[in-house]
Design a protein around this ligand. Structure first.
Ligand code: CU1
Length: 523
């Protein structure tokens, strides 16, 4: 059979469910990832609502203590592996080929498989709550001995983590292969848009650290069923070894969650400042430095296990070192805005909110890095407040900002700006009312992962729960806005943000004014 050029370049277009099941198109797969992520965000969010309902006042109200801890564990795993990571893989699928001038991802069939591993994995994870014995109950870190003793739900969790890990590794291989091999002629690495740079570095973090998690949970599995005693002290094993292996994965995982959000912010801020990104080269090296340092700080999560003083000092100072490249990035974002022609449409609000709130989480992280102080904060609500500023304030706000930023590009329609602004302000107010009081609860000594608490913690918990209900409800505005934009609405121009040329979504940063054929209109 002779194939014409047209045949080679036009796939068959199956419709309905088969379109989505068999798709190898990066945009379709990006869309699947984003909707999957949003679904997990809602499911994990509903669990958070149950947690905050239970903690609204002292005493046991709605769920029994074991189920409370199991659901808290699944909330974390769903949010990290189901909502946050897939959101950015979805953004990567949509944007990386467009940003580097490639027709699709390098490995389109692998791409399909990467996505379709996720729904069964998520099903297993959520089902673990309802099998005899229930889900892991010790938090997302699944520390032994609790995770050795738990029922078959723990095995569900381990299998789910393996599947999501395989998905992440395959996705990362695809992203690395695409960026290294499929750039348009002339696009040298130091011309990559920052979103692409941050994803390249994130993909290397993923292929390096996910196998370590896979090792840890496989050893856990053999401890549970095949008579090994890696982590079982009754058989000569060491439960603290699990913590070392887990956090060798777990700390880089934190940067996997945040670096692509940094990339998004580095695209949005120049666009709405009508200036090129300040300090592009330092931004690239700061990102790479953060990624490198993320591998030598892991034991700051386990200062209280009783490690040698030299170890505590090393992990304290190496952790504090991360503040330097992080500050470089924050300095660059602020400098990009400095004397720019700023406008504050929804994506820009999200980017600025992300920089501000992530920085709060960064500072509380610095506080937690101080060894003697950490002995006070360890396993308190201070830690919960800290990482929610990082993951909600940083990662989730970054993802939401990215959706508003690129939605006109994806759909051809403008979203509703008024609804976008309502969504932003209610989300930011809800988030701060939820998580800021948790700093005070933690400093006052309230432990994390408990369904009940002493009376002196009642007021701040009530405030926190009210904030959480506001935060949860305001996400409905986002859903309505996105659905309306997909269905129709005002047509998006090819210079939606009046920031630069039609390439404003894809170039490293908007070109300086004097390079425009037609000068942009600044409101
Ligand atoms: Cu860490």
């Amino acid at each position: 059979m002779t194939a014409t050029t047209a045949d080679q370049h036009h796939d068959h277009h199956p419709t309905g469910i088969t379109r989505w099941l068999f798709t190898t198109n990066h945009k379709d797969i990006g869309t699947l990832y984003l909707w999957f992520s949003f679904t997990m965000f809602i499911i994990g969010g509903l669990m958070a609502m149950i947690i905050r309902s239970e903690l609204f006042e002292p005493g046991l109200q709605f769920v029994d203590p074991l189920f409370f801890n199991q659901m808290t564990t699944v909330h974390a795993l769903v949010m990290i592996f189901g909502a946050a990571m897939p959101a950015f893989v979805g953004l990567a699928n949509w944007q990386i080929p467009l940003m580097i001038g490639a027709p699709d991802m390098a490995l389109p069939r692998l791409n399909n498989w990467s996505f379709w591993l996720l729904p069964p994995a998520a099903t297993l994870l959520i089902a673990s709550l309802f099998v005899p014995g229930g889900a892991p109950a010790g938090g997302w870190t699944i520390y032994p001995p609790l995770s050795i003793q738990g029922g078959m739900g723990v095995d569900f969790g381990i299998l789910a983590l393996h599947m999501m890990g395989i998905s992440s590794i395959m996705g990362s291989i695809n992203i690395i292969a695409t960026i290294m091999n499929m750039r348009a002629p002339g696009m040298i690495l130091m011309k990559l848009p920052m979103f692409v740079w941050t994803w390249l570095i994130t993909a290397f973090l993923l292929v390096t650290c996910i196998p370590v998690l896979a090792g840890a949970i496989t050893m856990l599995l053999t401890d549970r069923h095949f008579g090994t005693h890696f982590f079982d002290s009754s058989g000569g094993g060491d439960p603290v070894m699990f913590q070392h292996i887990f956090w060798f994965f777990g700390h880089p995982e934190v940067y996997i969650l945040i670096l692509p959000a940094f990339g998004v912010v580095s695209q949005i801020i120049p666009t709405f400042s009508r200036k090129p990104l300040f300090g592009y080269t330092s931004m690239v090296f700061a990102t790479a430095t953060i990624a490198f340092l993320s591998f030598i700080v892991w034991a700051h999560h386990m200062f209280t296990v009783g490690m040698p003083l030299t170890g505590e000092l090393f992990f304290m100072y190496s952790t504090m070192l991360i503040a330097i490249p992080t500050s470089v990035k924050i300095f660059n974002w602020v400098s990009t805005m400095w004397r720019g022609s700023l406008t504050f449409e929804t994506p820009m609000l999200y980017a600025i909110g992300m920089v501000f709130l992530f920085t709060i989480g960064g500072f509380s992280g610095l506080m937690l890095a101080i060894v003697p102080a950490d002995f006070q904060y360890h396993d308190t609500y201070f830690v919960v407040a800290h990482f929610h500023y990082v993951i909600f304030g940083g990662t989730i706000l970054g993802a939401l900002g990215a959706v508003y930023f690129w939605l006109p590009k994806w759909t051809g329609h403008m979203y509703n700006e008024t609804l976008g602004k309502w969504h932003f302000w209610l989300t930011v107010i809800g988030m701060n009312v939820t998580f800021f009081p948790q700093h005070f609860l933690g400093l006052a000594g309230m432990p994390r992962r408990i369904p009940d608490y002493a009376l002196q913690f009642a007021e701040f918990n009530m405030v926190s729960s009210l904030g959480a209900f506001l935060l949860g409800l305001s996400q409905i505005i986002f859903l309505i806005n996105v659905l309306k934009t997909i269905k129709g609405g005002e047509k998006a121009s090819d210079r939606v943000w009046e920031g630069s040329t039609g390439l404003e979504w894809t170039v490293p940063s908007p070109a300086p004014y004097h390079t425009f054929a037609t000068p942009p209109v600044v409101k």
